[in-house]
Each structure stands twice: as C-alpha cells, then as structure tokens.
Design a binder for this molecule. Structure first.
Ligand code: FAD
Length: 281
C-alpha cells in the first residue's frame, strides 16, 4: 500500500506541464484528482518516476456555453458538474459517481483520459458524441471524437506527452436525459450503467435517441440496435420495452466477481427501459 518512490512537480502553466512530461527518459504521469492514479500506484500497478500535478495550471476548470456547445475544462471536478443542474446528463451522471469525497477530487479529464469502461463519464461522452482536445509538445493540438478516444480497457488515444485540456459536447437542449446505474452496494462502481438521451418529435414520436452502456465491454458502448428500434417509433411503453430488449445486442461484457456476462446483459435491458422511461418523464 506504499507507492514506489517518485519525483513530483506542480508547474504553473500548461506548457510547463507538457514540457515536464517530456523531460528526460523518466516515465512521467499527469496527476489531476489522483483518484484513479494514486490507488494504482499504492498497489504498484503503476510506478511513474515523475508526477506532474496539474492543480496549479490556470484556466482548465469550469464550464462555458457557446452556440449550443458546452466547453468543459479538463480539471472540472465531478462535484462541479453535479452541482450545476443546467448541465443535464453531465450533472445527473456525475452525481452518481462514488461518494462525495471522490466527487470533490476526481476530474472529468482524468476520468476520460484513464478510460475505465466501468466509469460513468466516458459513457456520457460516447452518448453525447462529444470531442476532447489534446495538447502536446510545441503547442500541437488535436481534437479526438468519443468514438476514437476509447480504444480498449484503460487505453485511450491520449498520447504520452499529451494533456487532455477540454471536453466539447453539444448541449442537447430539448432532449430528455437519464443515467441508470446498478451497483451491488451504494456508491459503488457500475455493475452496468445506461445513459439515455431522447428527443421527442412534434408528433410525439421518437425524433432521435442515443443510448450509452457502461461496463458492457472493454470500452463504453452505444446500444445501436436499441436506438434503431426506437428512432421514428411511437414512445409507448410497448415500443420502449421492445427497444430495450435489443440493448445488449452485439455486446460481450466481461464476467467479473459481481456478475456473469448473461446477468450484465439482463441488467442492460432492464436499465435501458428504466433510463428511457425516466428520460421521457
Ligand atoms: C473509491 C473510489 C470509487 C470510485 N467510483 C467511481 C464510480 O463509481 N464511477 C466513476 O466514474 N469513477 C469512479 N472512481 C474514479 C474517479 O471518478 C476518478 O477520480 C476518475 O476516474 C479519475 O479522475 P482523476 O482526476 O482522479 O484522475 P487521476 O487519478 O489524477 O488520473 C487518472 C489517469 O488520467 C491521467 N490524466 C489525468 N488528467 C489528465 C489530463 N487532463 N490529460 C491527460 N491525462 C490525464 C493520469 O495521468 C492518470 O493516468 C472512483 C474512485 C475511487 C477512489
């Protein structure tokens, strides 16, 4: 439970942080909220030689609204999202992450860069079809969409020497939103989670729908078959139940200590129905 020895710096600018990451041959890691990295270091599944703490870098925390887009700084904490109901699904999902202590420290950038498929915010990014901005050496920046960011379990497109600086997502005004999460104990990680976003058309049918799945594979997934089954259809209880039945199609969830793959598929179907109903309520 004691990490291997490491050096620590806390630069005051983003460029200095990026420079520190690429400084020498040492394995360097960024530190944001520390609530994924430090537990790994304590059990020595990670042993970086240098920690580059982002906490003094200005301008990376908070949310701005611009022409229907939310721009969320990477150092925005789960508690910041939780506390702002106008952020819709981000606020709803952030409120369900762990306990208040974790939410007070953990950041959106850390959660997305870490890429744990049992985490809640990656699923929201996939469902909202958001984009992250990555900045590397020499000020080079690139934008990466949610469909390319999550590559495998704990593997993302964030390169060594890059900092995830910002998250950009459509505000999805007029959409109903819900996040349903099943846990064995209160405040636990998701056994399965479902993010549902639904836009009701003027005629009362489903104009559009997006469904994201947490912990149903090595990355967050979209339940495309369920979306296709509901889009353009009536939003009756029967139509929602039919669509939810397709939620696990094409998924291969890993069995773990809490649940078999079949039980996770069952949860995905049940939680999708509940999330769709809640999003429409
Ligand atoms: C007891 C406990 C329960 C938890 N339960 C949940 C849960 O139910 N749901 C959930 O979603 N999460 C859960 N978490 C994880 C929590 O949300 C983490 O805070 C989050 O996943 C990581 O964010 P962080 O800011 O703490 O990142 P850190 O731990 O600081 O960093 C994580 C990784 O991302 C990298 N990184 C951090 N910031 C950046 C950046 N800006 N650019 C590039 N790379 C970066 C780091 O180098 C590191 O590799 C839990 C954590 C704990 C300790």
């Amino acid at each position: 439970m004691i990490p291997a020895e490491f050096d620590y710096v806390a630069p005051e600018t983003l460029d200095d942080a990026i420079a520190a990451l690429g400084d020498g041959d040492r394995e360097a890691k960024l530190l944001a909220g520390g609530h994924s990295l430090l537990p790994l270091m304590k059990v020595r599944l990670a042993a970086p030689e240098l920690l580059v703490d982002l906490r003094r870098v200005p301008g990376m925390r908070g949310v701005q609204r611009e022409d229907g887009t939310l721009r969320i700084g990477a150092l925005t904490r789960h508690a910041d999202l939780q506390g702002d109901a106008s952020l819709g699904i981000w606020s709803i999902a952030a409120a369900q992450i762990a306990d208040q202590q974790v939410r007070n420290r953990g950041t959106i950038g850390g959660s997305l860069a870490h890429g744990d498929s049992a985490s809640d915010l990656p699923t929201v990014l996939v469902a909202t079809e958001g984009t992250v901005t990555l900045r590397g050496a020499g000020g080079a920046t690139r934008d990466v969409g949610a469909d390319e960011l999550f590559q495998d379990y704990l593997t993302t497109a964030v390169g060594e020497g890059e900092v995830l600086t910002e998250v950009r997502v459509p505000a999805l005004e007029g959409w109903g939103a819900a996040y349903e999460k099943f846990t064995r104990r209160a405040e636990d990680w998701a056994m399965v989670g479902v993010c549902a976003l639904v836009r009701r058309g003027d005629d009362g049918t489903c104009a559009d729908v997006r469904i994201g799945l947490t912990n149903m594979g090595s990355t967050p997934l979209r339940a495309r078959a369920a979306e296709d089954a509901l889009r353009g259809q009536s939003l009756s209880a029967e139509a929602i139940a039919r669509a939810a039945d397709a939620a696990a199609e094409g998924t291969e969830p890993p069995a773990d200590l809490n649940a078999s793959a079949d039980y996770k598929r069952h949860l995905a179907r049940v939680l999708t129905r509940r999330a769709l109903e809640k999003a429409l309520a």
